[in-house]
Design a protein around this ligand. Structure first.
Ligand code: URA
Length: 227
């Protein structure tokens, strides 16, 4: 048994906020009867229709988005454009797994599966995240050593040991945690402020050739490798 509003929200019928008024307006039927109470409990096998169209529960959906700069990682924002605006209407019920700063680009996962989101962001899982960064000044061997030993941020926070590699036109950073503005603050603590940042990998999952602003489904097999 499940609440009617939860059923409709899990099926991606509309945003959580819109659902209550949609139900109260009498647009939803359960087994042929109009139901106006969002709290009404319904069985998993109930036939639910919105505006006479069947609404079916779908399973777990996981998408990979190439977040462009200028979008905030949030489902709603009073000022800024959100990453949700880059997805088709039917996926507006998903939520981001973790967070990229407004100015950061790159790989962002979105899902409708709360427990999965929790597992992927749990500090205990230590899923590797790899970034490409451009900085003022070039990273050198002493920076690489400092990253391997564990950076202490300017506010005294200690980071786990991380990998830093110099690359073509920038550097690559691999971290296993997700503190606020972590990569920017790690590099700033070495006197190398970040001018550009893109996440290119989470676990085995690579951004690859996905263009900025584009998204694709993550296959169950890719998910298995990620966890
Ligand atoms: N580290 C940052 O500083 N910003 C991000 O968006 C992600 C990691």
């Amino acid at each position: 048994m499940m609440r009617l509003d939860k059923y409709l929200s899990e099926a991606g019928a509309a945003s959580r906020r819109e659902l209550k008024s949609i139900i109260r307006a009498g647009r939803v039927t359960v087994n042929g009867e109009t139901v106006k109470s969002p709290e009404q409990k319904i069985g998993e096998d109930a036939v639910v229709k919105l505006d006479d169209r069947p609404v079916v529960l779908r399973g777990t959906v996981v998408l990979m988005l190439h977040k462009p700069a200028g979008y905030v990682t949030s489902t709603e924002d009073p000022r800024d454009r959100t990453v949700m605006e880059l997805l088709p209407e039917e996926y507006r019920d998903l939520f981001p797994v973790g967070r990229l700063d407004k100015d950061t680009e790159g790989l962002l996962l979105l899902t409708n599966d709360g427990p999965l989101c929790h597992r992927l962001t749990s500090p205990r899982q230590q899923v590797e995240k790899e970034y490409f960064a451009e900085t003022e000044g070039t990273v050198d061997a002493s920076d690489v050593e400092a990253f391997a030993a564990g950076i202490v941020l300017r506010d005294g926070t200690r980071c786990l040991p991380a990998e830093l590699r110099a690359g073509d036109g920038g550097c690559y950073v691999v971290v296993r945690e997700g503190k606020y503005h972590q990569v920017r603050r790690m590099l700033a603590s070495r006197g190398k402020p970040v001018t550009y940042l893109r996440r290119i990998r989470e676990g085995e999952l690579r951004l690859g050739t996905l263009e900025p602003g584009k998204w694709r489904h993550v296959t169950p097999e890719e998910m298995g490798n990620l966890l």
